[in-house]
Design a protein around this ligand. Structure first.
Ligand code: ASP
Ligand code: MG
Length: 397
């Protein structure tokens, strides 16, 4: 869809809310693939020095600046008072971590003042300023976080996030045909789904909404549907056992075999991995049979080669037997607050996978989540089988 057409859609939404009598603050992100385009430009320069992240923020924050001005003009054309607002003008103070800054404080008095003058402020998402006045950005997808943070400090009735999709789905509709848009989901479930690779919302936005109890609604920019309300557990009406199935192909596992079962081994293995800034997700250490044990962990697929190199060195140092790995794995997780009160969800899940002859390589659980690692080639089959077993296509209640 052409960019201006999209801005018109947003303007229409804003005008409707305004005509219903609401005060509206709009937060926008860059148009289309503009941020990707800017990243590519920087890649062409290929400068990776210490200062590059500061300059990346100056570069990437321009995308939003284009959108705020155009949307403001569009609102003015329709007879409304509107002003574009940069992160700095909205007093969004962040730390100094360029390209992944965190919001420290927002002084809402500026926006409140503009609202009281009848203006519709259109704020650039994703950007802030540090205490020296440098432009910072909040990490890719960060305009969701700007919106939620502003909704929190303004004590908004609701924070609505308009996206390309209709709302939060039970699973990826491109993989499972019967995937359904949920009416409601709890903050906790959404946090799990967001961090498990359901890319609808910026994880930090959900954390923020949960912490400050901001009712959050994800809905389509184009279709007139109610979307998904993300809310507190006590307010949620729908309480199915499983709310959603999330998965990611972005996984790899590494195993170090025949390590001594003595104190300090786990830290000798994972210490150098974390020093290399490689994030470790699942970890499994087997019980030792003959004073020696195997140790397996997963990392992001893009970190696999580097992790493998490090692990081979460690294996020499700690006298391990051998190292093996697999970067064709995937992680699939079932999430639902209803799991707390229902026993047997895990065994039902494992039964379904067994029936499909899918081997489970690793398992991890939390109170509201069960994750398994399986071969990537079975991922879609597993997602479909579980979606159907747990009746996710049907509306609960
Ligand atoms: N424009 C930024 C990005 O593409 C922020 C956002 O879209 O939320 O990541
Ligand atoms: Mg976004």
């Amino acid at each position: 869809m052409a960019s201006i057409e999209r801005i018109e859609h947003v303007a229409r939404r804003v005008i409707r809310a305004k005509n219903e009598g609401h005060d509206v603050v709009v937060v926008v992100s860059a148009m289309g693939k503009e941020t990707d385009r800017l990243v590519e430009l920087a890649e062409e320069v290929d400068y990776q020095g210490l200062d590059a992240r500061r300059e990346m923020d100056v570069l990437l924050s321009t995308g939003e600046q284009v959108t705020i001005s155009l949307l403001s003009m569009m609102l003015m054309k329709h007879g409304f008072k509107s002003e574009s607002v940069l992160g700095r003008q909205a007093n969004i103070l962040t730390d100094k971590e360029h390209t992944r800054a965190r919001i420290l404080d927002i002084d809402a008095s500026f926006l409140k003042n503009r609202l009281s003058d009848g203006v519709i402020p259109v704020v650039a998402g994703f950007q802030g300023t540090d205490d020296s006045g440098n432009i910072t950005t909040l990490g890719r997808g960060g305009s969701d976080t700007t919106a939620v943070a502003l909704a929190a400090v303004l004590a908004a009735d609701e924070c609505q996030i308009y996206t390309d999709v209709e709302g939060v789905f039970t699973t990826d509709p491109r993989v499972v045909e019967g995937a359904r848009c949920l009416d409601e989901i709890t903050f906790e479930e959404m946090l799990e789904l967001a961090s498990l690779g359901s890319r609808v919302l910026h994880t930090r936005a959900v954390e923020f909404a949960s912490k400050y109890q901001v009712p959050l609604r994800v809905l389509s920019s184009f279709e007139d549907t109610p979307g998904t309300l993300i809310t507190r557990e006590d307010d949620a009406m729908e309480q199915p056992i499983i709310s959603g199935i999330a998965f990611t192909r972005d996984e790899a596992k590494l195993t170090i075999l025949g390590v001594k079962d003595v104190p300090g081994v786990a830290s000798a293995i994972l210490g150098p991995i974390s020093e290399a800034n490689i994030e470790v997700d699942m970890i499994v250490q087997n019980v030792a049979a003959d004073m020696s044990t195997d140790f397996t962990f997963t990392v992001r697929r893009e970190d696999y080669d580097q992790a493998m190199n490090i692990l081979q060195n460690i294996a020499k140092n700690i006298d391990a037997r051998e190292v093996s790995g697999d970067n064709k794995i995937a992680k699939l997780s079932m999430v639902g607050v209803g799991m707390r009160s229902h026993a047997g969800v895990a065994s039902r899940m494992f039964e379904v996978l067994a029936r499909e002859s899918i081997n489970i390589q690793m398992i991890s659980t939390s109170e509201i989540k069960i994750s398994v690692v399986i071969a990537e080639k079975y991922l879609e089959l597993a997602a479909r089988a579980l979606h159907s077993e747990f009746d996710l296509a049907e509306v609960a209640g």
